[in-house]
Write a protein that binds this ligand. Structure first.
Ligand code: 5AD
Ligand code: SF4
Length: 442
C-alpha cells in the first residue's frame, strides 16, 4: 500500500453523496494519492453507500463480498466504507462481526476525519472507525476534486428534520445544520474565480435553509445574494419541500436573472390523506396552488417531481388522486418509486402494506401518464433556440455528439466540438424525444 498511492471511489445514491465523494477525493489527493484507472488494484478503495435504494442492505453486503475477493488478491489495498449505510446500527454491527477485514468505516458526519482514520489504520494495522450521530457544525475548508471545471455542486446544509414517515434520511444524515451564508458565498466566489459558471445549491431540503439554525438569511435571501456573484451565470438548487415555498422564493424566479427556471418539487402522492400520513404538511390543492404561482412568476419554468406508488394504505381512490394531480400539475418529468420498507421508519410498521401486483399495476399506469406529458412538454421545445451549457461528449449520443442542459434542465444532444465544453451556446432544437432533445448549434 505504501507504494500504491492510487484511489478509486465508488459512489451510490444522491447528489449529496456525489458531493461528499468529491471531498473524499480532494482529501486523498492532498495526501498524495492519484485516481486509479480501475477499481481492482487501487491502493485505497472507498464505497460511498446509499440507504434509499431498494434492497440497499443486500446490495451493500454483496459489494463487500466483491471487495473481499479484491483484498485477497491485493492484501495491501485499503477498503473504506462510508455514506448513509454506516449510520445504521445493524449494518455497523454486521460489518464488525462478519467483515472485520474492512479497514476503515466512517459516517456521513465524519468525512473530514477520513485522512486521520487512514493514517491510524496504516500506523496501527487495525480497523479504524468513526461514526457520529450528531455534529453541530459543518466542517469548512475541505479540499475537493470536481468532476467538471465549469459547474459545481455547493452544499448549503446537511441533514433533514422532516421525518417523512417512509424515509430513512433523517436517521442517516442527522439533524438539519446549515452552513453560514458567508462560507457559502466565499466558496461560490472562489469557484467563480476558478472558472465555474453554474452552481447547484445542495441539501435534502434547501428551502428550509437557515431555519433550524435561526439564521437571519433564509433560502430566498441566499439566492438573491448568490445572484450577485460575478462570473456565475446559472444557479440551480436541489431538493425543495412543497411545504416551504413562500412568495419570496417564488419571487426569486422573477427577480434573479441567473436563477434557472427549474424546480424539483417532490409531491410523493396526490392524496391529501396520504400526504398527511407521510407527515409532509401540505395538501394536493396547496401543492397545485404552488405550481400555479411558480408558473405565473416564470411561465417557462420546468417542474419535476418524485412520486411514491403504494405507500401503506394507498387505496384506488388515493391513487386516482395522484393520477389527477399528475394531469393537473403537468410535470416536465418525474422520478417514480415503488414504496419499499425502510427498517426503522414509522411506515415500516404500518399494517396495510399494498400488495406487490397492485403496486406494479398502478406504477405502470402512472409512468405511462407521466411519460406522455413529458413527451408533450419536450415537443413544445421543437424549433426553439435554447441557451445550452455545453458539458462535453454525450454519454449516449455517439461520436462527435455533445450534450448539455437548457436553463430548464432539459438534456440536449447536438453535434459539437468537445473542446467547447463549458461554453454557453445557442442550440436550435430540431427533434424532441421522450427523455431528451436533439438540436444543432446556431
Ligand atoms: N420507498 C420508496 N421511495 C422512497 N423514497 C424515499 N424513501 C422511499 C421509500 N421508503 C423516494 C422519495 C424521495 C426520493 C429521493 O426517494 O420519492 O423523494
Ligand atoms: Fe426524507 Fe422527507 Fe427529509 Fe426528503 S424531506 S429527506 S423525503 S424525510
Amino acid at each position: 500500500m505504501a507504494d500504491n498511492k492510487t484511489y478509486f471511489i465508488q459512489t451510490y445514491g444522491c447528489q449529496m453523496n456525489e458531493r461528499d465523494s468529491e471531498t473524499i477525493a480532494g482529501m486523498l489527493e492532498q495526501e498524495g494519492f492519484v485516481p486509479a484507472l480501475e477499481r481492482d488494484g487501487a491502493g485505497v478503495i472507498v464505497l460511498n453507500t446509499c440507504s434509499v435504494r431498494e434492497n440497499a442492505d443486500n446490495r451493500f453486503f454483496g459489494q463487500l463480498g466483491v471487495m473481499k475477493k479484491i483484498k485477497e488478491k491485493n492484501p495491501d489495498s485499503i477498503v473504506a466504507v462510508c455514506g448513509c449505510m454506516m449510520q445504521q446500527e445493524p449494518v455497523i454491527r454486521k460489518i464488525r462481526e462478519k467483515y472485520n477485514w474492512v479497514d476503515i468505516i466512517f459516517g456521513t458526519l465524519n468525512i473530514d476525519e477520513f485522512p486521520s482514520l487512514l493514517r491510524r489504520r496504516l500506523a496501527e494495522g487495525r480497523q479504524a472507525m468513526s461514526v457520529s450521530e450528531a455534529r453541530e457544525h459543518i466542517a469548512e475548508g475541505l479540499p475537493s476534486v470536481r468532476k467538471y471545471p465549469f459547474k459545481s455542486f455547493v452544499n448549503i446544509m446537511n441533514g433533514c428534520n422532516n421525518f417523512c414517515t417512509y424515509c430513512i434520511v433523517p436517521y442517516t444524515r442527522g439533524r438539519e445544520v446549515s452552513r453560514q451564508p458567508e462560507a457559502i458565498l466565499e466558496e461560490i466566489r472562489s469557484l467563480a474565480a476558478d472558472g465555474v459558471r453554474e452552481v447547484t445549491l445542495l441539501g435534502q431540503n434547501v428551502n428550509s435553509y437557515g431555519k433550524a439554525d435561526r439564521f437571519d438569511t433564509d433560502f430566498a435571501d441566499l439566492l438573491y445574494r448568490v445572484n450577485e456573484v460575478d462570473g456565475i451565470e446559472r444557479i440551480r438548487f436541489m431538493t425543495s419541500h412543497p411545504k416551504d415555498v413562500p412568495d419570496r422564493l417564488i419571487g426569486a424566479f422573477r427577480d434573479c436573472e441567473k436563477l434557472c427556471h427549474h424546480i424539483h418539487l417532490p409531491v410523493q402522492s396526490g392524496s391529501s390523506r396520504l400526504i398527511k400520513k407521510m407527515n409532509r404538511h401540505y395538501t394536493k390543492e396547496g401543492y397545485l396552488e404552488t405550481v400555479a404561482a411558480l408558473r405565473e412568476a416564470a411561465p417557462d419554468i420546468a417542474i419535476t417531481t418524485d412520486i411514491i406508488v403504494g405507500f401503506p394504505g394507498e387505496t384506488e381512490e388515493d391513487f386516482e388522486e395522484t393520477m389527477d394531480l399528475v394531469r393537473k400539475a403537468q410535470f416536465d418529468s418525474a422520478f417514480t418509486f415503488l414504496y419499499s420498507v425502510r427498517d426503522g421508519t414509522p411506515a415500516a410498521k404500518y399494517p396495510d402494506q399494498v400488495p406487490e401486483e397492485v403496486m406494479h399495476r398502478r406504477f405502470d399506469r402512472l409512468v405511462e401518464a407521466l411519460n406522455a406529458i413529458t413527451a408533450e412538454k419536450n415537443l413544445a421545445y421543437q424549433g426553439r433556440v435554447e441557451k445550452i451549457l455545453i458539458e462535453g461528449p454525450s454519454a449516449r449520443g455517439g461520436d462527435g455528439i455533445c450534450s448539455g442542459r437548457t436553463d430548464t434542465f432539459k438534456l440536449v444532444n447536438f453535434r459539437c466540438n468537445p473542446a467547447r465544453a463549458g461554453e454557453l451556446a445557442d442550440v436550435r432544437i430540431t427533434e424532441a424525444k421522450t427523455f431528451s432533445l436533439f438540436g444543432e448549434l446556431v
